[in-house]
Design a protein around this ligand. Structure first.
Ligand code: ZN
Length: 321
């Protein structure tokens, strides 16, 4: 009998990725939509519909369930409680999509979906204790412990980007100060770089000339200048590594994963961070916590969210059968 295909959808702050995925985590057809401003739920649903139609038509196949990962807090019933990125509050996304598509739908947080993708088909395949840390514009994570995704009391567990690494440190986008994200998230690297340039304009000349102005210096500018051997960029990368290590040591000590997967735009842009983390975490985490620990890069990259969301839909079908 032919194994069912499912559709995975990854809704970020500015893009919707849709993929038709088989039971081996292989993407058979994909569609990507970018949008600039925040969109109303019904507009996003219309975009998802377009993406799904394109994928099914291109592959000449049918899908039996839909999985969604959305950059938001999602409860166990598939209600989006809130999303800073999308400006949503209390949106019953699962219900709306089930009505629209007439298919079973599973909805989760985008990072949890990506964690599931890496666990089933990526760098964490076959591992029951896994931590995944995505360092992009924001910093998100997911934890698999004893073969289960850590959900927590209100389904918001595994927010690894918001562990405190500096008491009373830099202001985060959450209510706290000194979070890991407030130092190593793309937005935070940009802020730190701009401050460094303002403090030492001479040292920051290369960053400014690459970006066009101080305000335009981003994490990508830092990565580019770092490649060219710029000294200030080098210092910023070293500091970023230092903060990332602090976060990873806490994660490793708290969850004792067998594998820690690092991914996201910042890691893709500055892959040297993986080596920095590997060396220092080995020295600084509890001995028992690093015994047998592997620190690796994501295998699925930007597709982890779509593949993980589709896997969630596969689980839904298995539960129903
Ligand atoms: Zn925070």
């Amino acid at each position: 009998m032919k194994k069912p295909l499912t559709v995975g959808v990854d809704i970020g702050g500015s893009k919707i990725n849709v993929g038709l995925v088989d039971h081996n985590g292989r993407i058979l057809a994909a569609h990507k939509t970018n949008f600039i401003a925040s969109k109303k739920p019904d507009e996003i649903i219309a975009d998802i519909q377009t993406g799904v139609n394109m994928c099914l038509n291109n592959a000449g196949e049918e899908a039996e369930a839909l999985g969604i990962g959305v950059a938001a807090q999602v409860d166990r019933k598939g209600v989006v409680l809130g999303s800073q990125n999308l400006g949503w509050k209390n949106v019953p996304l699962k219900k709306k999509l089930e009505k629209q598509f007439g298919l079973p739908v599973a909805v989760t947080n985008d990072v949890n979906a990506a964690t599931l993708g890496e666990w089933r088909f990526g760098s964490g395949k076959g591992v029951d204790d896994l931590a995944v840390l995505f360092v992009g514009t924001g910093v998100g994570g997911g934890v698999i412990t004893g073969g289960k995704l850590l959900a927590g009391c209100t389904n918001s567990g595994g927010e690894l980007g918001h562990i405190t690494i500096v008491c009373e440190g830099r202001k985060c986008h959450c209510p706290n100060r000194g979070c890991l994200e407030a130092y190593v998230g793309g937005w935070a690297i940009a802020e730190r770089a701009q401050e460094a340039v303002r403090t030492s304009p001479k040292d920051g000349q290369r960053l400014v000339s690459l970006a066009g102005s101080v305000e335009k210096v981003t994490a990508a500018t830092v990565s580019q200048a770092y490649r060219e051997g710029d000294l200030l960029a080098q210092r910023l990368v070293e500091e970023t590594g230092h903060y990332l290590v602090a976060g990873v040591v806490s994660i490793v000590n708290a969850f004792n994963p067998c594998v820690l997967v690092l991914g996201g735009g910042v890691i893709e842009g500055i892959p040297e961070l993986i080596q920095i983390v590997k060396e220092s975490v080995q020295r600084r985490a509890l001995e028992a916590a690093v015994e047998g620990l592997k620190i690796v890069k994501t295998a699925l990259g930007g597709d982890a969210g779509v593949i993980g969301a589709a896997a969630l839909a596969q689980d839904l079908l298995k539960q129903a059968s």
